[in-house]
Design a binder for this molecule. Structure first.
Ligand code: PHE
Length: 343
């Protein structure tokens, strides 16, 4: 063997390595030169037959070839590793020009905002805020409210009946009875009972559906019972509430005679704004009246001693008026384009 044969070997190895397209192919190529049965190993074995001087030069020659082959191998390994990294980076390409995905911040539903305003205003006037069941008994929803089973007013409250004599409450008025009874029981036998002053906001249900009626809607009940509570107190409280809710002291109220089985006398409450697109129009926002003696009796109280008023208003309608929304169904469609306008 001459110097040329080791140079040739190095060149073939370099070509072989360059042709290897994957790390596995490269390792196979490596074995052909540097492995136990590889071509370089063969050359080294050949040294045994040489004399001392020859062995020295030949050995140095083979060693140089080995180093060259190893260098070529490492270089190719690095190339393949770089190519693999490049491929992976391309596959996971990050497009920094894409707009970011924002985390939605959420917000209160317009009707929830109204509920919170109602609660805050009445709380500031000394009213408690109570919560009660949406699945009611017939007794609390109707009978206790002076509306016996054959009463014609029941047909105006067509609702969803649940098995076992229960129904989805048609108004928040059953909360008058629930709250007042608990209050009366708490002070039973005592000489003095604090006045009942409460509002009860929540969901109510009727078989009704158009632009201004939804089968599920909201009501907020109010009740004030004491030994000397009159219609003028209702007028003062409700006027104060409306002016604060709509932020207008110029707003006017009208108590229009009406009928409810559980109040006597009864009145619808209308408001008229002093400005804006609805200026001067009377808009109905609540039912009200002096609590009927039969209902006071069902509270567990003596109607000869206790008297007061109740009202029931529609927070959905208040929200429509406050924000100028003309279709009630928008509140319950869940369309973000609508809801986002209130954030
Ligand atoms: N509950 C009545 C309704 O739903 C409203 C109301 C409440 C009227 C309290 C008088 C007193 O229409």
């Amino acid at each position: 063997m001459t110097r040329n044969d080791t140079d040739d070997l190095v060149r073939t190895a370099q070509a072989d390595f360059a042709a290897a397209a994957t790390p596995a192919e490269l390792e196979n190529a490596k074995a052909r030169y540097l492995g136990k049965a590889g071509r370089l190993t063969d050359l080294l074995k050949g040294l045994a037959t040489l004399g001392a001087d020859e062995k020295k030069t030949r050995g140095a020659q083979i060693n140089a070839a080995k180093q060259a082959i190893e260098a070529a191998l490492n270089e190719r390994r690095q190339e393949l590793a770089d190519a693999e990294l490049e491929r992976q980076l391309k596959a996971q390409a990050l497009d920094v020009t894409l707009p970011g995905r924002r985390r939605g911040s959420g917000g209160l539903h317009p009707v929830s905002r109204t509920m919170e305003r109602i609660e805050a205003i009445f709380a500031s006037m000394g009213f408690d805020v109570a919560d009660g069941p949406e699945i009611e008994t017939d007794w609390f929803n109707f009978t206790a409210l002076n509306t016996p089973p054959d009463h014609p007013a029941r047909s105006m409250h067509d609702t969803f009946y649940v098995e076992g004599g229960h129904l989805l409450r048609t108004h928040s008025s059953p909360m008058q009875v629930r709250y007042a009874r608990a209050h009366a029981r708490k002070y039973e036998g005592l000489a003095h009972m604090p006045e009942i002053r409460v509002i009860a906001p929540g969901r109510t249900y009727r078989v009704d559906s158009d632009a201004t009626h939804s089968p599920m809607f909201h009501q907020c009940e109010g009740l004030w019972i004491g030994e000397n509570v009159s219609f003028k107190d209702l007028k003062a409280v409700f006027t104060d509430f409306c002016r604060r809710f709509f932020e207008s002291d110029a707003l006017q109220l009208r108590f229009r005679p009406s009928f409810f089985p559980f109040t006597e006398p009864s009145a619808e409450i209308d408001v008229a704004f002093a400005s804006g697109p609805l200026k001067g129009q009377w808009l109905e926002i609540a039912g009200s009246g002096q609590v009927h003696p039969n209902v006071v009796r069902n509270f567990g109280l003596d109607p000869e001693r206790y008297i007061g008023f109740a009202f029931g208003m529609g927070p959905d309608r208040l929200t429509m008026l406050r924000y100028g929304v003309n279709d009630l169904r928008l509140f319950f469609d869940g369309d973000l384009r609508f809801l986002r306008q209130f954030q």
